[in-house]
Design a protein around this ligand. Structure first.
Ligand SMILES: N[C@@H](CCC(=O)N[C@@H](CS)C(=O)NCC(=O)O)C(=O)O
Length: 202
């Protein structure tokens, strides 16, 4: 049986999407969470000296989105046809756009500038991307982004909106996205994982 190990820090960040995909699949894996204070000593053990890293039968792979995409394919949550894969990747592109504006908040050290970025994100950037997602759900009509069951795209959107603090308030103006997020949160395996996952602020 294939052995999986996911190594990341003890936060959600760029590792949580893969953890959610493991949860959704029901696949067992080792969830290794490195403490920041231990990182400098361990950094050299990992490919690219960055995390997350996925180990598949002892071989290391880096890059969070490549890892998530692989897990989605392996466990049957990616698109089933080339067009469905395009549709999933289209959503993942929007998730990347949201991540890009979120990262600006985390890297800004000046509190006043940080507040300005948060304001612009909440008032302009994130609603714009939520609008794109609402359109995709309207067109697909199943309540899911691609096909008619929960998949990689749905979980990725939930994860990035959670990180953006958009699950309460911001999402309210986008009823189809809100309903889609509810479907993800109430999926039995995801719900179980969410109830037991370590609490972290990011
Ligand atoms: N593009 C990479 C970025 C990886 C990355 O920046 N990882 C950060 C944590 S989110 C890291 O390992 N930082 C510690 C370091 O660079 O020493 C990915 O998506 O995996």
């Amino acid at each position: 049986m294939t052995q999986y190990k996911l190594i990341y820090f003890d936060v959600r960040g760029r590792g949580e999407l893969s953890r959610l995909l493991f949860a959704l699949s029901g696949q067992e894996y080792e969830d290794v969470r490195i403490k920041m204070e231990n990182w400098p000593a361990q950094k050299g053990n990992y490919i690219f000296s960055r995390l997350p890293v996925l180990e598949v039968d002892g071989k290391q792979y880096g890059q969070s989105m490549a890892i998530a995409s692989f897990l989605a394919r392996r466990f049957g949550f990616h698109g089933k046809t080339d067009v469905e894969i395009l549709e999933v990747d289209q959503v993942i592109g929007i998730v990347g756009d949201i991540l890009e504006v979120l990262v600006k908040v985390f890297v800004e050290k000046d509190e006043a500038k940080k507040a300005e970025i948060v304001k612009e994100n909440n008032e302009t950037n994130i609603p714009k991307f939520l609008g794109f997602l609402e359109t995709l759900l309207k067109n697909n009509r199943s309540g899911y982004f691609v096909g008619d069951k929960i998949g990689y795209a749905d979980v990725a959107v939930f994860d990035v909106l959670d990180a953006a603090g958009a699950l309460k308030g911001l999402v309210d103006g986008f009823p189809l996205v809100k309903a889609n997020v509810e479907k993800v949160k109430t999926n039995a395996r995801i719900a179980k994982y969410l109830a037991t996952r370590p609490q972290s602020t990011m």
